[in-house]
Design a protein around this ligand. Structure first.
Ligand code: GLA
Length: 387
């Protein structure tokens, strides 16, 4: 039985009838552009074939009932138009979206029954929470015919993280879950919020994820600290030069000129972002030209920056990256996502995929006594209604 069937079956067993709509919202990878989204730079994500699946149906009353089948937990509220947010709980990812939709001045005409589950490994940096938020927003929009645009749904999902989850994330993850196109990478300008699709034909190469199995517990608070450090840099630069709203607007010369004024850690954070901005440009050119060797080199440099300048890596991710680069056929490797755990993204020769999996698993096991999950990446369609 696939996950969709499992979710629908659960729905039927709880609510004694079939759902009205079924939605799949995918997780994502990011080829390049890490921590650039909230600095208004570019990112290059794509949806993958792992996702969150929803079964949703209207009720005759105003109640909201949600079943999270992977957590085996349930949430209920008497009035869908009068929701309260609880302290740090899983259901905020969904009720937060409803509250943000209500802020648009929309009223829910009925209560809802919702059942969901998925196969995005939790804490792997593949954006399961953004998929939860994108999926529920998309489903509600559909079932009530609210006509909310995809971009607004992405902003709603991001606001949910900010206001009800406490992570001041950028917009990349939810944008990727909503806008991705099968077989393509999105090049998203996080300033204009416009994107282009780059066809991704990897020819003889493939992307493979290795899950360190380190859950990013530190990530939420450290993530917000990184954001604040970038802002600190912006404030100093803006005082000196004016007209600087984000690190997107800053040149290397300008940054260098405030080096002695800035806290050295803040300087490193800013320097990393400026370098990563350049690397995204190089990486998108390399992808378009199918210069995979170049793309691999850029990925390695990004890892170095994330590890030493932005300091969001960890021992396990550094080990996986370094070991990957020693294996035959590997062009590049880097930690992916917010950091402090989750997956590495590896670019390698198709023909070496089995050997890679075996070698990286063995060396990780030797060192940390963990057998890592290894997934081949399939670039997939964004959120969709499933028949
Ligand atoms: C997390 C955030 C994203 C982005 C990445 C780092 O996934 O949710 O907005 O900042 O980290 O690139």
């Amino acid at each position: 039985m696939n996950i969709l069937q499992k979710v629908e079956e659960k729905y039927i067993s709880i609510f004694n009838k079939s759902s009205e709509i079924r939605v799949k919202a995918p997780g994502r990878i990011n080829i390049l552009g890490e921590h650039t989204d909230y600095n208004n730079g570019y990112v290059m994500p794509s949806a993958i074939d792992k996702g969150i699946y929803y079964s949703i149906g209207k009720r005759n009353d105003q109640k909201l009932e949600i079943y999270a089948i992977d957590l085996n937990q349930h949430f209920e509220a008497e009035d869908i138009n009068n929701l309260e947010i609880k302290d740090k709980t899983w259901s905020n990812h969904l009720t937060g979206v409803l509250l943000e939709i209500a802020k648009l001045g929309l009223v829910f005409p009925n209560g809802l029954n919702i059942c969901f589950g998925g196969d995005i490994p939790n804490g792997a940096g593949l954006s399961s929470s953004a998929a939860v938020e994108a999926g529920i927003g998309f489903g509600i929009n559909q079932i009530f015919n609210f006509q909310i645009s995809l971009l607004t749904l992405a902003k709603i999902a991001q606001a949910t993280e900010h206001n009800y989850v406490g992570v001041k994330c950028g917009i990349m993850d939810m944008y990727a879950s909503l806008f991705s196109k099968k077989g393509h990478v999105i090049k998203l300008d996080c300033q204009s919020l416009e994107h282009e699709y780059i066809p991704a034909d990897f020819e003889d190469y493939t992307f493979v994820l290795v899950n360190s199995d380190v859950k990013h517990n530190l990530a939420d608070s450290e993530y917000n600290i990184r954001r604040a450090q970038c802002q600190e840099g912006v404030n100093v630069l803006n005082q000196k030069f004016g007209g600087i709203n984000t690190l997107r607007d800053v040149t290397f010369e300008q940054l260098k000129s405030v080096k002695t004024t800035l806290d050295p850690i803040v300087f490193n954070r800013c320097q990393y972002i400026l370098e990563e901005k350049e690397r995204v440009e190089q990486a998108s050119d390399a992808l378009i030209q199918q210069d995979f060797k170049k793309l691999g080199e850029i990925m390695n440099k990004t890892h170095e920056g994330l590890s030493h300048m932005y300091e969001v890596s960890c021992e396990e991710l550094d080990f996986l990256q370094k070991e990957a680069c020693k294996i035959e056929g590997v062009l590049g490797s880097r930690m992916m996502g917010g950091g402090f755990g989750g997956c590495t993204l590896n670019l390698l020769k198709n023909s070496e995929a089995d050997n890679f999996k075996e070698k990286i698993s063995a060396s990780y096991f030797d060192k940390f006594n963990i057998t890592p999950e290894v997934y081949t990446v399939h670039l997939s369609q964004g959120v969709q209604i499933i028949a």
